[in-house]
Design a protein around this ligand. Sequence first.
Ligand code: SLL
Length: 176
Amino acid sequence: GQRVRGLLIHRPIVYGNTAIVLTPIERESLSTPDHTHRWTVAVRSAASPPGADMVGGGDDLTYFIKRVTFKLHDTYTNPTRHIDKPPFEVSETGWGEFDIQIRIQFIPEAVEKPVVFYHHLKLHPWTPHVLGAPSAPLPPPPLEEAARMGPVHSWQYDEIVFHEPYQAFLDILTDH
Ligand code: SLL
């Protein structure tokens, strides 16, 4: 195969998380009652808006993505989670925010190295109503209030760029 000289092609994605506060009843039913939130971290096509992620749908990424690996905090059992089919996501419960490494591997035809993104898992809503020194970090609201505020969304748009792709891979990308 040949690389297509001078060509650059990109595919838009979003990655990030949603989080909701567990109800007291949900917390009691867990083996880990110290967990306060349920969250989902995901990689999606930018054609499927983050707001629609719970109902699924949107563009399927499997035509060029083979595997997404989410590396969670070491406090989780089996923190390295390989996801080989859509939806490319991991749902968990927990109590704390942390950085998640998101590694995207492409189909063999791509002959491309994986790309890595980092996402800071966000559980707590931003609280502009808490008054304080403008430069001071604002504390999160109490859980009951956060629950009333509804799900937290933290999503990042990005583009996966392929420089001088192989012709076979270019065909796969453009035929989709
Ligand atoms: C913090 N640096 O201290 C972070 C660490 C760890 C989050 C957050 C539960 C894991 C489990 C969990 O939420 N870990 O019990 O399986 O805020």
